[in-house]
Design a protein around this ligand. Sequence first.
Ligand SMILES: Nc1ncnc2c1ncn2[C@@H]1O[C@H](COP(=O)(O)OP(=O)(O)OP(=O)(O)O)[C@@H](O)[C@H]1O
Ligand SMILES: [Mg+2]
Length: 354
Amino acid sequence: MGSREEEHFRGSFSRGRGGLRGEGSAGVEVGEGEGLLSRLVLEGKTLGTGSFGRVRFATFRPTGRPYALKMLKKTEVVFLKQVEHVKTEKKLLETISHPFVVNLMGAFQDDKNLFLMMEYIIGGEFFSHLRKAGRFPNDTARFYAAQITLVFEHLHSMMILYRDLKPENLLLDMDGHCKVTDFGFAKKVEYRTWTLCGTPEYLAPEIILSKGHGKAVDWWALGILMYEMLAGYPPFYDEDPLGIYQKILEGKIKFPWHFDRHSKDLIKKLLTADLTKRLGNLKGGAEDIKKHKWFASANTDWSQMLNNHKSLQAPIKPDVAGEADTANFEKYPDSVDGSTQPIDARDQELFADF
Ligand SMILES: Nc1ncnc2c1ncn2[C@@H]1O[C@H](COP(=O)(O)OP(=O)(O)OP(=O)(O)O)[C@@H](O)[C@H]1O
Ligand SMILES: [Mg+2]
């Protein structure tokens, strides 16, 4: 990945985009949506880029409605051994329905590309809003941490690990509510899995140590996100991924003076290397996090947040000028991938069930 320039924040902190990928899980359903591509107008801008393709703004001609189209080059998917991951991404997105998870509208392919057609989330990346603000006030961080907690609670109840929490994979809708996108690393598990994947800054110690990992990795990542929202930079940082891993394993967290005591307490309890002590991974599950003082002291109404979030005013209100506005997304260079080669017939077989 890393097609966006590395960004420099607060002097020393910078992070490229994207992460490592490992093997995926098997099992797919029959694809659908043929013919959709010819009815999509792709004149709009690129919303984001990734390792094997890009996400583009698209208009569905019959209705004029906007969508986000994730396009993955088959050559890259095969070369990077991501066939199963991509099929899992599609299959999981099809089964998940949650107010804070992006909706998949359809999936289809041609001889060069795979396409995931999603609802267009107009407010842009959480990443951009966080960088613009520098850091978020306690209430703002708490609001978004609550939405992510509800997403993980739901995914984990379906035995799905998300495994790629970071500000680049969170979007804001027109009212400023959160939508989780990018299920490229997500996985359905029974108990534990052994794949090395994710983004260095957000990796839990048990992933780095290849101990086998479960739902607890997502709660660890929530601790990192909480810290990054409140500080403006992640807790374990180094120019070099190996340096990041070392700091994660050392586990020393320095809190800026402005963190309140409840947020510090929750972050420490999430960023606990010992899995038998990490909050979220204990007998009470997600409930322990929801009951924590950081949320409780602000009277977070979990049921309203889950069942009637539109009645809650989000702390950020993205500037939106019409439903086709793309100004909240950064500019990416135009596509230079017109020359992508179709893959041979044997490799095409791999995608028969996408
Ligand atoms: N539904 C959507 N609406 C608007 N923008 C989106 C949507 N989905 C993704 N994007 C934008 O495209 C970017 C890349 O999408 P995504 O994270 O799914 O791909 P990726 O990082 O390339 O994935 P992978 O990690 O699978 O390579 C996101 O960071 C976001 O900016
Ligand atoms: Mg992504």
